[in-house]
Design a protein around this ligand. Structure first.
Ligand SMILES: [Zn+2]
Ligand SMILES: [Zn+2]
Length: 189
């Protein structure tokens, strides 16, 4: 859907664009964003709290550094029990913006382990929206869990074992839907 595809672009806001010429040597910023949703590689997720952003911008001779953190809460689906739950997110922002005139020096420098945190810029205006989005995406667990001790779902019938801690099947029990398959399997042996 077109709407979803462009969601993260819609999160862009003029107040997230900083004019470096207007920034002193080092300046701190703190604000909250009312984003509501975020587009991720796994789909659209609800943000159920304000996005709390704090960072500083520090200028140097080659460009500037942005460093800070992002706090919020996402609604995720537990990978074991499939229930929705709230996940606290504390993301980090750390990016070096280097004047693109100096890009050769950096791309040719073998000492540099990675260019991951380096962004080259031409204009004096920079948009930090992507840094905030990235910092949230980085903190979404690969296998979200509603709790470390989530018991998940019964492998036989799919009932939620967190809500039914005493749930058990007789050892001999075989789901009738599988019984036929098992018959066929046994015949082939
Ligand atoms: Zn769970
Ligand atoms: Zn069961």
């Amino acid at each position: 859907m077109k709407v979803e595809k462009n969601l993260n672009d819609k999160l862009r806001d003029t107040k997230l664009i900083y004019d470096l010429d207007k920034i002193e040597e080092k300046e701190e910023f703190a604000f909250q964003l009312d984003w509501g949703k975020i587009d991720t590689p796994e789909g659209l997720f609800n943000i159920i709290d304000k996005v709390d952003v704090r960072f500083y911008i520090e200028k140097n001779s080659e460009g500037f550094l942005i460093k800070g953190n992002v706090k919020t809460k996402l609604e995720l689906e537990c990978s074991r029990c499939l229930n929705k739950y709230n996940q606290n997110i504390i993301g980090e922002i750390e990016a070096y913006y280097i004047n693109s005139k100096l890009s050769d020096k950096y791309t040719k420098n073998e000492k540099l382990d990675s260019l991951d945190n380096i962004i080259f810029f031409d204009e004096s205006k920079v948009d930090v929206t992507d840094r905030i989005i990235e910092s949230i995406l980085m903190e979404i667990p690969e296998k979200p869990l509603c709790g470390e001790d989530c018991k998940g779902l019964c492998a036989v019938c799919g009932i939620d074992l967190n809500e039914n801690p005493d749930h058990k099947h007789e050892e001999e029990y075989i789901d009738p839907r599988f019984a036929k398959l098992l018959d066929i399997f046994n015949e082939e042996k």
